[in-house]
Each structure stands twice: as C-alpha cells, then as structure tokens.
Design a protein around this ligand. Structure first.
Ligand code: DQA
Length: 148
C-alpha cells in the first residue's frame, strides 16, 4: 500500500491558539484527523508526526524509507527558513516532497520568502490555511496513482 507521511515542524502544535488571524482557529489535531480520514477513504496508509525538535524530524525522515513512505507532506514551520539538516535529510532518503504552509510565505516578512525546501519539492502549497493540507493530500494522491 502506498504511504503518505505528514510532518509538521515547530510551533504547529499550537495551532488554534497561535496567531489565529494568520494561522486559523483549528487545531493540528483537526488537520491530522482530516488527513487520516482522507487516507482511509482513499485506501492510502497515512502517518502524521509533529515535533518542535529538529533532530526528531530528521530521524523521522531517515526512518521513512524503511517504513515504506512513498511521499512526504511537510510543513517545516520556521525550519523552512533555516534548516539545512532537514533539507539534507530529505535529499538523503530521496523521497518526493510536497511543501505546505498555512500562510502565504511570499506575502509576509522578507525572511520568510527564503525556503530551503521549495527547490527540492514536487510543489509548494502556501497560503490557503487548512486547505493547503487538503490540496497537498490531493496532489500526493495524484502522484501516487501516477506512480502505481
Ligand atoms: C508556516 C510559515 C512559517 O514562516 C512559520 O515560521 C510557521 C508556519 C506556515 O504554515 O504558514 O511556523 O510554515
């Protein structure tokens, strides 16, 4: 069975409380439940993982290959703009990536415009709130169908 790994980086555990005008009033649990439900409906094995620690995300990416992950959906949070380690981890396992952001990172502070992931992603979904995750799931599903 094809497998999707949804990864979320630092501070995304605070969704719902954190700057709701920018990030929305739903929780990360809401997003993860929706993605898991979509996975079940589409017969795609889906795992969700969030961490505030860079090394835990690196380890999760390293283990993805042996866990049968075929595509990674990743909102790296602030690591988007800083983490060469996470970029190298993705390149190291050579698993296709879709980058996700709730907010439009190109319409905010200048420092958010630089992403260490965009150029190594199949595509980027940025600016559609919770919908960004649903759009990324749809894109991942299409990718997996094309592959199988
Ligand atoms: C974010 C955008 C990042 O710049 C920020 O640091 C986040 C969330 C987003 O989903 O819009 O933590 O990745």
């Amino acid at each position: 069975m094809s497998s999707i790994l949804l990864l979320n980086g630092p501070n995304l555990n605070l969704l719902g409380e954190r700057e709701p005008d920018i990030y929305g009033d739903f929780s990360l649990e809401d997003i993860e439940k929706t993605i898991e439900k979509l996975g079940k409906e589409n017969n795609i094995d889906t795992e969700c993982f969030q961490s505030n620690a860079e090394h835990e995300l690196v380890d999760k990416i390293h283990n993805a290959k042996s866990n049968g992950v075929k595509i990674i959906l990743f909102n790296p949070g602030a690591f988007t703009h800083s983490s060469i380690s996470l970029r190298d981890a993705i390149l190291g396992v050579n698993i296709p990536l879709i980058e996700i952001h709730l907010s439009n990172i190109y319409g905010r502070e200048e420092f958010r415009e630089k992403s260490y992931f965009s150029d190594i992603s199949l595509g980027v979904v940025s600016g559609f709130g919770k919908q960004s995750y649903l759009m990324a799931f749809q894109a991942a599903k299409n990718y997996l169908l094309r592959e199988d």
